[in-house]
Design a protein around this ligand. Structure first.
Ligand code: KG4
Ligand code: ZN
Length: 426
């Protein structure tokens, strides 16, 4: 089964093509194309993602990225110019044209590009189109959903609406050869998947506990089997990634805040100046909100406020790299401590056999290291799967993976479904 996947829920425009065969426990996966175009520089000027700007960029980027993905997958993209000439005479094709006009009515820029570059293409060799339909920013989601609907009509392919967080959940089931140890490579070879660019080193053993931490969500999910999820805890206010972004703003760092804070926190060892002497005078301690609460919920907004007060009471901290670095390091550790403590506790309570990590915050090296360290000490038999750095942020490959592992019945081309900005994973 060859799946073409589309992801536009936030500020990345992404298209992936992947082949799937075998079973969920022993899948063979071949990645044919995985292209992500980030709008991050554009939104950085505004300190965060501007939904209508994201919509405009997705409209501009989707067609070129689709063409690149098809080219990467098939080696060439065949244009059939004659088709355009025939279209005017062929009433069936004219009806299709009308349908495309209706589907992409609200994305005029995309419609123009679609007619010029996609309509003349030879039908590609794919079996289904998967697309993120929520949660995310509504204007951004709609561009991807309508684009997928238009492709489904044009090529007569079934369509699979996919939950964005399920994409993050499945982002950790694949690894590149480069990141695998010898044993995993041998196992993959036995599974005859060695010629694929990405291979599956492990399967998920149930029950699994999943920590999903992104810019919009922070959730602990109990996964009893493929397709059966229960959110056992979630943030009551800001998501972990959102807290990173907000604290980065307080520290005068750019958007996105996560990588900026992580980089700054690393500087503390090397920095040498006056403020470091100052920071040595007192230890910066931030709260670990809800770390002791008996539930699995999180709260990060108070932590952000604590940073705000710290910087207000000690303005000298914000005046040097060393001072800011010390704050960044303690903030990062505070978020990590809470995420790790609750994940480990949930894994113990639910006797998890696998722990999965997913979402943009999964890129954080401190979080990865602390989670590994605690699991090794407290639950050495529990397997922990983390996504490769390149798959922590939004991408379409994870949407293709979710489509395969969820095996939901695809919808027929022309089927009606809506983008849903606030859907839950249940
Ligand atoms: O999953 P994602 O790419 O988009 C959403 O679905 O929200 O997550 C983006 C979030 C941003 O808030 C960003 O600051 C955070 O992930 N992030 C990080 C790191 N890299 C990205 N947070 C902490 N450490 C990082 N290295
Ligand atoms: Zn995401």
């Amino acid at each position: 089964m060859r799946i073409l996947a589309i992801e536009t829920s936030c500020d990345e425009t992404a298209v992936a093509i992947a082949d799937f065969s075998g079973t969920k426990r022993h899948p063979h996966i071949r990645i044919r194309a995985n292209i992500v175009s980030s709008q991050v520089k554009l939104h950085a000027k505004f300190g965060g993602v501007v939904p209508n700007l994201a919509k405009r960029e997705h409209q501009k980027n989707l067609v070129p990225i689709l063409l690149r993905a098809l080219k990467k997958s098939d080696g060439e993209v065949l244009k059939i110019k004659k088709l355009i000439l025939r279209m005017n005479k062929n009433s069936f094709l004219n009806t299709k044209y009308e349908m495309l006009n209706a589907i992409l009515e609200r994305e005029p820029e995309l419609l123009k590009r679609f007619k010029k570059y996609v309509v003349p293409l030879r039908k590609p060799n794919i079996d289904a189109i998967a697309v993120t339909y929520g949660p995310g920013l509504a204007p951004a989601l709609w561009v991807g959903v309508n684009f997928a609907k238009a492709l489904a009509i044009l090529w007569g392919k079934p369509i699979m609406p996919i939950h964005h967080m399920l994409g993050h959940l499945y982002s950790s089931v694949i690894s590149t050869k480069a990141s695998m140890n010898k044993k995993s490579i041998l196992r993959a070879k036995r599974n005859r998947a060695h010629n694929a660019k990405y291979i599956i080193p492990n399967t998920i053993h149930f029950p699994a506990i999943v920590l999903l931490a992104s810019g919009g969500h922070t959730e602990l999910v109990l996964m009893q089997r493929y397709g059966k999820y229960k959110i056992i805890g979630e943030t009551l206010d800001d998501a972990a990634g959102e807290a990173f972004d907000k604290v980065a703003r307080l520290l005068g760092l750019g958007y996105p805040g996560g990588p900026a804070i992580a980089a700054l926190a690393e500087k503390i060892q090397n920095a040498k100046n006056k403020t470091q002497n100052h920071t040595a005078k007192f230890k910066i301690i931030l709260p670990r909100p809800m770390i002791k609460s008996s539930d699995y919920n999180f709260s990060f907004s108070g932590l952000k406020t604590a940073v705000l007060y710290l910087l207000r009471d000690h303005p000298e901290l914000a005046q040097s790299v060393a001072g800011k670095s010390a704050v960044a390091k303690e903030f990062q550790k505070a978020v990590t401590d809470v995420l790790v403590a609750k994940t480990v506790r949930a894994a113990k309570t639910y006797r998890a056999k696998t722990i999965l990590l997913g979402g943009g915050v999964a890129a954080n090296k401190t979080l990865r290291a602390e989670l590994s360290k605690h699991l090794q000490k407290e639950l050495p038999k529990t397997k922990c799967q983390m996504p490769e750095a390149a798959l922590t942020g939004d991408n379409a490959l994870m949407i293709a993976l979710a489509a395969f592992f969820e095996k939901k019945k695809p919808l027929i081309p022309g089927a009606k479904f809506s983008a849903n900005a606030h859907m839950r994973l249940e």
